[in-house]
Design a protein around this ligand. Structure first.
Ligand code: GEK
Length: 244
């Protein structure tokens, strides 16, 4: 795994972008930066086994290198499924295609995968039994999030499952400060220097816009999901499941 050294030596002061440099070190970056990331991928595999319906579509929105796509493909035994993996970043899509091509499907019935370079705001959702946004919604302008979630829910089958993982902000300022500090310490333990952490924080300002858990759950209900639950929380990193 190539080590994430993006903010170690230089900083051009520009906002964070999902370019080739980021795609190259991405697995290491996620592993060291998002507490609970591996658990989210593992759970997506388990949930795929329970919720993916035969002859349905599944979506990995903001797929990056396709970790959730592979977990869904490996997690389901249902026949005739198609997984649509979507990302706006050309660098991510190119690498994702290589990752998927290198994966050995477990059977002749394994889901087919299409990797598409597209903005998820433009993606048509159709006959979906499982939709994953694993740390993606946070990068959309807040004003667009309600419409995207309504569109997703409208394109899902009854009983379909959504996984929404997000960095969140706490309602309480003191708690928020504590959780941010704990995340900082976590990154220090994972060998990021104080300078790297502060450069990355500045680059993500106005790029990653977190909301509260309550705001996410309200949006999901308003979009048409009947049940929602937080199944994972590690500091300010949360994963929510919602059932249509
Ligand atoms: C994983 N889900 O490994 N349309 C499509 N893609 C987008 C958009 C958009 N509007 N905005 C951002 N992205 C993955 C990890 S990373 C999380 C997801 C992170 C893409 C962006 O290009 C990037 O690949 C991904 O969303 C977010 O489970 O880096 O914190």
């Amino acid at each position: 795994m190539t080590s994430d050294d993006i903010y170690r030596t230089t900083d051009n002061g520009e906002p964070f972008r999902f370019n080739e440099n980021v795609a190259r070190v991405f697995p290491d970056m996620l592993k060291r930066s998002i507490p609970g990331y591996a658990a989210s991928i593992e759970a997506i595999g388990s949930l795929a086994g329970r919720y993916i319906q035969a002859r349905s579509n599944c979506y990995d929105l903001g797929c990056s290198l396709g970790a959730a796509t592979l977990a869904m493909r490996q997690g389901t035994q249902q026949a005739g499924c198609r997984i649509i993996a979507v990302d706006t970043s050309a660098a991510m899509v190119a690498r994702c295609k290589d990752v998927i091509a290198a994966d050995e499907p477990h059977s002749d019935d394994a889901a087919t995968v299409d990797v598409v370079q597209q903005d998820i705001r433009e993606t048509e959702i159709d006959s979906a039994s499982m939709v994953v946004l694993n740390y993606t919604l946070q990068f959309l302008p807040e004003a667009d999030r309600d419409d995207v979630m309504r569109k997703i829910c409208a394109g899902m089958k009854p009983g379909g499952l959504l996984v929404l993982s997000e960095k969140v902000v706490d309602e309480n300022a003191a708690m928020e400060k504590l959780l941010v500090d704990l995340h900082y310490e976590h990154k220090r333990r994972n060998h990021y220097s104080a300078l790297e952490i502060s450069r990355k924080r500045a680059a993500l300002e106005n790029v990653l816009i977190p909301e509260t858990v309550a705001r996410h759950r309200t949006r999901l209900s308003e979009a048409g999901f009947s049940h929602t639950a937080v199944w994972l929380r590690y500091f300010n990193f949360v994963s929510i499941i919602a059932i249509k």
